[in-house]
Write a protein that binds this ligand. Structure first.
Ligand code: AMP
Ligand code: GLY
Length: 413
């Protein structure tokens, strides 16, 4: 089977890497200078037996519909289902109909009304862009003044353009977070092994929200009971609510969940695999990813149950200095082949380009996903950080505490 992956992110790279285990041929439409088998042609101009769309922007812009209209077999929701991520306000309405537990909220386009509502809330204040913002459109702050300024800047279009002209203001929640990826075929869903990601830019979960600075899988707090709750209270009611709207959702339903003192609650839905969650979840699959995604695209998951190796994976993201506010790009990346000297590691590329001398250089905020594998989270983590010491570029920004707490808990128990 020939598979076409669409995207230029590290998630597209890992998708291609894992799909290559069983596909006859995998090409990446777009890709980046560090992605093997990248082609410049758009997916509309490529032939393939299965198309897998990596990032949210083309899904929200209707790429899956355009490819399906050409008769192609596509894994990824159409523009109707992609609204779950493209509009947080719409997502909140849908999950209210589905009875999915989530933070209380209200949606505003008018600054005076938004500020009045904000002042009735208790800290921490949470202000989100309604539209897409590369994972950076969420402010969580103890400061009412900062939240007010953020509401004004978002609604004025000053901080996130059109995506911020509507905002969602919601109740602050607290607790450990969990990313659960469900592969859906329109009617049925199967869960992949859970992951935890690290959204804040700096160690100790400080600094601005990013697309994700690291991840690990599996997650010891997410046992079978908890995953049963995820299926019964979140994924299945959401798929049913989508169907009730006439939406045939074939693609990933990514639930960002928080284990609050009042139980598990939904933070957000995304309509594609998590990045960097995909980098730690997909390589751990012991069953066939091509078959899983092709069957979901066909609406025929039936008795498919993905299986995973017990080994853990830890991903550390190397970003450009200044990310997320003002990434400074153009640094030469050291030889990526050096990762081969560290057993149990692999590197996936995102913001990578080639300069006029043919060298790989940094070209985006998140650049490298360095992943370590091992029988324990601690071993996987040590290997990932050994990889970080071998590959990278001048000024590479990364967090030193990815999966540190989980590795410590593992040794304490
Ligand atoms: P989102 O893009 O909606 O997942 O938000 C990014 C991150 O902001 C989440 O992973 C949480 O860490 C945090 N966050 C979002 N919503 C809330 C909330 N209601 N209460 C507390 N933290 C939140
Ligand atoms: N890691 C967060 C995301 O993919 O949105």
């Amino acid at each position: 089977m020939r598979v076409v992956v669409v995207g230029g992110d590290a998630r597209a790279h890992v998708l291609a890497h894992v799909l290559s285990r069983s596909a006859d041929d995998v090409v990446v439409s777009g890709g980046n200078a560090g992605t093997p088998n990248a082609v410049a042609s758009p997916p509309e101009e490529l032939d393939g037996d299965l198309f897998v769309i990596s990032p949210e922007k083309p899904l929200v812009a209707g790429l899956a519909d355009r490819l399906r209209a050409q008769g192609k077999r596509v894994y990824g929701p159409g523009v109707d289902g992609a609204r779950l991520e493209g509009s947080k306000g719409w997502m909140k309405q849908l999950v209210a109909k589905a009875g999915v537990p989530t933070a209380q909220h209200a949606t505003f386009s008018d600054a005076a009304l938004a500020l009045d509502f904000l002042r009735t809330m208790k800290p921490p204040f949470v202000v989100k862009t309604d539209g897409l913002a590369d994972g950076k459109g969420v402010l969580v702050t103890e400061s009412l003044i900062e939240a007010e300024d953020d509401v004004k800047a978002k609604l004025a279009g000053a901080s996130f353009g059109e995506a911020g002209r509507t905002v969602v203001i919601e109740e602050g929640m607290a607790g450990p977070e969990l990313s659960v990826l469900a592969v859906c075929d329109g009617h049925r869903a199967v869960l992949l092994s859970p992951a935890q990601d690290f959204k804040r830019a700096y160690e100790g979960d400080n600094g601005p929200n990013t697309g994700g600075m690291g991840a690990y899988s599996p997650v010891p707090i997410a046992g079978d009971d908890l995953l049963g709750v995820v299926m019964d209270r979140f994924v299945e009611p959401t798929l049913a609510a989508l169907r009730a709207e006439g939406i045939d959702y074939r693609g990933t339903l990514y639930g960002g969940l928080m284990l609050t003192p009042d139980g598990l609650k939904l933070v957000e839905y995304n309509v594609r695999f998590g990045d960097p969650e995909a980098q730690v979840v997909l390589p751990r699959l012991s069953s066939d990813l091509v078959d899983l995604l092709a069957t979901a695209a066909d609406g025929a998951l039936s008795d498919h149950e993905p299986t995973f190796i017990s080994d853990a994976a830890v991903c550390v993201v190397g970003a450009t200095p200044g990310y997320p506010e003002s990434p400074r790009t153009g640094a030469v990346i050291d030889s990526l082949d050096a990762i081969d000297d560290v057993p149990g590691t692999v590197v996936f590329c995102a913001g990578v380009d080639r300069d006029s001398e043919g060298r790989l250089v940094t070209a985006g905020g998140r650049v490298l996903s360095i992943v370590g594998f091992g029988p324990t989270i601690a071993t996987a983590r040590d290997r990932a950080y050994e990889g970080v010491r071998r590959v990278g570029f001048a000024g590479m920004q990364y967090r030193n505490d990815i999966a540190a707490a989980a590795a410590k808990e593992e040794t304490d128990t």
